[in-house]
Design a protein around this ligand. Structure first.
Ligand SMILES: *[C@@H]1O[C@H](CO)[C@@H](O)[C@H](O)[C@H]1NC(C)=O
Ligand SMILES: *[C@@H]1O[C@H](CO)[C@@H](O)[C@H](O)[C@H]1NC(C)=O
Ligand SMILES: *[C@@H]1O[C@H](CO)[C@@H](O)[C@H](O)[C@H]1NC(C)=O
Ligand SMILES: *[C@@H]1O[C@H](CO)[C@@H](O)[C@H](O)[C@H]1NC(C)=O
Ligand SMILES: *[C@@H]1O[C@H](CO)[C@@H](O)[C@H](O)[C@H]1NC(C)=O
Ligand SMILES: *[C@@H]1O[C@H](CO)[C@@H](O)[C@H](O)[C@H]1NC(C)=O
Ligand SMILES: *[C@@H]1O[C@H](CO)[C@@H](O)[C@H](O)[C@H]1NC(C)=O
Ligand SMILES: *[C@@H]1O[C@H](CO)[C@@H](O)[C@H](O)[C@H]1NC(C)=O
Ligand SMILES: *[C@@H]1O[C@H](CO)[C@@H](O)[C@H](O)[C@H]1NC(C)=O
Length: 898
């Protein structure tokens, strides 16, 4: 075994530094956790002045326990306070403390304490493993119930967070009594393995010590604990003069350096040795020297250091009151290690040694799984609520890869997930889009679950995917053409259920939208009722002109291009192949027009009482309503008793689903504003651009659909109300009860329904403004209009007290992760609160709301995060608007804008 030496120059330490203990400075960066202590419990330990805190901020799992009083105070008065309680982990195989300790590459001393103390009354000593991140640190075993096991490791941080994990290996419940982390100057304790090796503490000795028990000194800035060590053949020497203990960053404390051991027999060498359990273990030994005696002019202390007879270092002469550190450059390996300090021929004094540290190398070369893959698999875990053993790192340690995962390991890069097998895992919902973020995925097996929806197109864009098994699910729709192409070219092994899916040449032409449209069918009946009413009203106004009206005739002729025969509907829907929605009043099918455009076809139930003529008349109304922010009406079918309405198909479903907690995609603040503006433009058109104006009556996130490019469009005019526009009615509200006998009293959706309209039954456009305000609040807060639970909570009831507190971070959707311009958000909140004012008279018009939102967007600078105190005038405005009630309902009148 070749040994080389490292001798740390003493010349650089001419500047003498007095070692004054500075308590505050000493604990900067320290993490000291008294595991299992009561919540919010913080204290400074009397004996060592360490400030301990509870585990709460570092771990969510586990239960707090106290050790048996038999081993605790006052029966054991010397027990350090952190040892009297502990946190145990009966649930889960892996449980990790997350310590945010410093940037990647910083060096940490991590120390964990364990005292069983029969805390569970079982009197059975557990055995478990300890990991730093994904790397094995040590097994924890106990000799007896009262033994305090302390494990220490010096480790290089692999990322900004350092996880310390307890792993249940089936030999008892893991627990921990205390956990400490200390920052260490990263220029010391280096090994030839660099960052991939950690140093597990084997011994740390204070030689020649004159105290009993362990030494934990306030002037040790790394908070190392030094144990006195001596031998009957040694004598102790010491000084009370200050020592320059900087020794190139090792900063050994004064109390340790001021004493040293020397052999009693002045001509003998100073020796110590240890025997490793495993001869392949690699050791590093650090020796610390400082001369503590004033030497006479003719005296000389000079010696060499060797291990098992091989020279390690020297000859060396310790400097008076200046500390030096020496260590081996290559690791020591063998059955026994005997370190000897030999005086040289010319030396008149025996060798001395002030302190020693011995470390065993622990290779920490496993990388955590690629972060992108971790995020993706966590999203998948969340989307499907997967339990299994999916905790800790997905791919590491290798003997604990998550069930259903296969990873590709390499020596130099983080592992990546190459196979995901979730067959027969009780999954439901759609195929999670997070799958497409697993860039190295080669095999995906989702067979025998209850997955529904269509096969997403992104699967065909996953370059490495070679096996895709989807059979045994309730998937519907088209197989993306690109997937079929890959499969036919032999690049992909594809397994799907043929019966539900459309993979024929006939329908695989140009299909690229696969997210199902969420359609509300129940409102179709209402739609028809409304049509009947409006038709009746119109007929009453113009009873005789109806059939002879030349304009109407013109519309009717023009309507031919909107009209489709039943045969055409059959063709469009490919014989009603793909159902994308179902309700009591009919079914919605996906279809494709001749020009390749995707459509949603709503078939009206043949039992509907509506006559074909009325139906056609009313379909004409829809033809006159066109706006880029309204879901486009494409045509209708009125063929005998077959009636259908054909709409544009929206690729990203509705806003409600998009905002929902499960959805891993997060809309940025700017995008949310744009969606609000889009929807506002659609509503503004209905209110101010249509003649006669139209009140939507059911504005809600479920009725705002998103295109592939996330443009928002208002959908479902099921409850829409065409406003009479006679001069008589301008400037007055319309009492819905006057509109016909079959008119339902109040319509809308819980949570969005204007309370004033509900009370007064007087419908006006401001009811839509109220509902739009709720939508805006949902966009801002990410909260649903009504939070369901034991007690339903309306968003305004939750929000108003929060607004008074004025802490924006508590209000805004946490998914935005602070990336928003607070000014812009406050402005939008102001607009939303104005919209939801209790009295409709205080609510702004859609024009106003729209211009406010546009100002919000101007303020928004993407990626900018800032904290912001609510400006007083906004606060007052919010407060006033939300609390003002009209004195007299009768007096509410407002001009109806054209
Ligand atoms: C442990 O003991 C402390 C002090 O007696 C007590 O406050 C705490 O509730 C106990 N904890 C548990 C988990 O029993
Ligand atoms: C428990 O083990 C420790 C370490 O071996 C020992 O120091 C202690 O005396 C033992 N205590 C009892 C009660 O056996
Ligand atoms: C150390 O222990 C010995 C014997 O138990 C005792 O005589 C001595 O006074 C102790 N020294 C100190 C500094 O406490
Ligand atoms: C770490 O130690 C080296 C050597 O003594 C020193 O130059 C450096 O300033 C120290 N770094 C810190 C952050 O204390
Ligand atoms: C002192 O050490 C030397 C060298 O190892 C040895 O020869 C001598 O016998 C020792 N003297 C005593 C008194 O043990
Ligand atoms: C995993 O491997 C480590 C080290 O090779 C071993 O100590 C540990 O017990 C193993 N864990 C399991 C659960 O097999
Ligand atoms: C693992 O990754 C390496 C490097 O990217 C690649 O060459 C190898 O084919 C991969 N192995 C598997 C099984 O995917
Ligand atoms: C997925 O796992 C199931 C059983 O757990 C197995 O039958 C199937 O072959 C696996 N799929 C792949 C692609 O390996
Ligand atoms: C499957 O999921 C349903 C609901 O999500 C649950 O009720 C059922 O117990 C699960 N079945 C199994 C075998 O996990």
């Amino acid at each position: 075994m070749t040994m080389s030496i490292r001798f740390i120059s003493l010349l650089m330490m001419l500047h003498l530094v007095l070692m004054v203990p500075v308590l505050g400075q000493r604990q900067t960066g320290f993490v000291s956790i008294d595991c299992g202590a009561a919540e919010n419990f913080e204290y400074t330990d009397d004996s060592d002045q360490i400030k301990y805190s509870t585990d709460g901020a570092y771990i969510q799992t586990g239960v707090n326990k106290n050790i048996s009083s038999k081993y605790s105070y006052p029966n054991n008065p010397n027990l350090p306070l952190p040892m009297s309680d502990l946190r145990s982990f009966p649930e889960g195989k892996w449980n990790c403390y997350t310590l945010r300790a410093g940037p990647r590459g910083s060096l940490h001393l991590i120390r964990a304490y364990f005292l069983y103390g029969n805390y569970d009354g079982e009197n059975k000593l557990p055995q478990f493993d300890l990991y730093v991140g994904v790397n094995f640190w040590s097994s924890v075993t106990f000799k007896n119930v009262s033994e305090q096991v302390t494990l220490e490791i010096i480790s290089m941080a692999k990322s900004e967070v350092t996880n310390v994990c307890l792993v249940n290996k089936g030999l008892g419940t893991p627990f921990i009594s205390a956990l400490e982390l200390r920052p260490v100057n990263s220029s010391i304790y280096n090994t030839e393995f660099g960052a991939s090796a950690s140093l597990l503490l084997f011994k740390r000795w204070d030689l020649g010590a004159i105290i009993n028990g362990s030494g934990r000194y306030e002037d040790d800035i790394y908070d190392r604990i030094w144990y006195p060590y001596g031998s009957s053949s040694w004598d102790s020497i010491s000084t009370s003069h200050a020592i320059n203990g900087n020794n190139n960053g090792y900063r050994t404390p004064f109390e340790v350096m001021r004493t040293a051991a020397k052999p009693k027999n002045a001509s003998a060498s100073l020796e110590f040795s240890w025997t490793p359990n495993d001869p392949n273990s690699k050791f590093y030994v650090y020796l610390y020297f400082a001369e503590v005696k004033t030497l006479e002019i003719n005296q000389l202390r000079k010696f060499t250091i060797s291990c098992n007879g091989h020279l390690l270092c020297g000859p060396l002469i310790p400097s008076y009151l200046v500390a030096a550190a020496v260590s081996n450059l290559k690791p020591l390996m063998g059955h026994e290690h005997r370190i000897s300090l030999h005086r040289t021929e010319d030396s008149s004094l025996p060798p001395i040694l002030n302190a020693v540290e011995i470390f065993e190398v622990r290779m920490m070369d496993a990388f955590p799984t690629l972060e992108k893959d971790v995020n993706a698999i966590m999203d998948i875990k969340e989307a499907y609520g997967i339990q299994r053993n999916w905790v800790g790192d997905p791919c590491e340690p290798k003997n604990h890869t998550w069930e259903g995962l296969i990873c590709n390991y390499s020596n130099s890069r983080p592992p990546q997930i190459v196979s995901l097998n979730l067959s027969s895992s009780n999954l439901s919902g759609v195929i999670a889009s997070a799958v497409c973020n697993l860039l190295s995925l080669e095999s995906l097996d989702l067979s025998n679950n209850s997955l529904s929806g269509s096969i997403p197109k992104f699967l065909s864009e996953m370059r490495s995917l070679k096996i895709l098994i989807l059979k045994g699910n309730q998937l519907s729709g088209f197989i993306p053409a690109a997937l079929l192409k890959k499969s036919r070219a032999g690049l992909l092994k594809l397994s799907v259920d043929a019966q539900n899916l459309c993979g024929s040449d006939k329908c695989k032409k140009k299909l690229n939208v696969f997210v199902p449209l969420v359609a509300t069918i129940s409102s179709l009946l209402v739609l028809l009722i409304v049509f009947v009413i409006i038709w009746k009203v119109r007929r009453n106004i113009q009873p005789d002109k109806e059939t002879s009206n030349p304009i109407k005739e013109g519309t009717r002729v023009a309507s031919k291009k909107w009209q489709y025969s039943y045969a055409e509907v059959l063709d469009i829907t490919d014989n009603f192949k793909i159902v994308i929605g179902k309700g009591g009043f009919g079914t919605v099918y996906r279809g494709q027009m001749k020009d390749g455009n995707q459509v949603a076809v709503k078939m009206l139930s043949p039992t509907s009482s509506q006559g074909p003529r009325e139906f056609q008349t009313e379909a004409e109304l829809l033809m006159t309503v066109h706006h880029k922010n309204l879901v486009a009406f494409i045509g209708f079918c009125d063929d005998g008793n077959k009636m259908a309405l054909i709409y544009e198909y929206m690729g990203n479903g509705n806003l409600k689903n998009y905002l929902s907690a499960r959805n891993y995609r997060c809309l940025s603040w700017g995008r949310r504003l744009q969606i609000a503006i889009d929807a506002a433009q659609g509503l503004e058109y209905l209110h101010h651009g249509c003649k006669p104006p139209i009140i939507h009556r059911d504005v809600k996130t479920a009725n705002i659909l998103l295109s592939e490019k996330l443009e928002a469009k208002i959908a479902d005019f099921g409850l829409s109300k065409e406003f009479k526009n006679d001069t008589r009615d301008v400037g007055s509200s319309i009492n819905t009860n006057d509109q016909g006998n079959s008119e339902p009293a109040v319509m809308g959706t819980k949570g969005y329904l204007d309370p004033e309209y509900y009370k007064s039954r007087k419908l006006n456009e401001k009811s839509d403004i109220y509902s739009f305000g709720i939508v805006l609040l949902e966009l801002i807060t990410g909260q649903p209009a009504v939070r369901k639970g034991k007690e339903s909570v309306h968003i305004l009831d939750w929000l108003r007290p929060e607004l008074r507190r004025g802490d924006l971070s508590k209000i805004i959707d946490s998914k935005l992760q602070g990336k928003y311009n607070a000014c812009s958000v406050w402005k939008a909140l102001g607009a939303a609160m104005a919209c939801t004012a209790s009295a409709s008279i205080h609510r702004p018009t859609m024009n106003c709301v729209l211009s406010e939102l546009k100002k919000c967007l101007e303020k928004e600078v993407p990626g900018q995060g800032e904290t912001y105190i609510v400006p007083p005038q906004i606060y007052r405005e919010l407060h006033d608007l939300s609390e003002t009630y009209p004195m007299d309902d009768e007096s509410i009148t407002y001009p109806f804008p054209r």
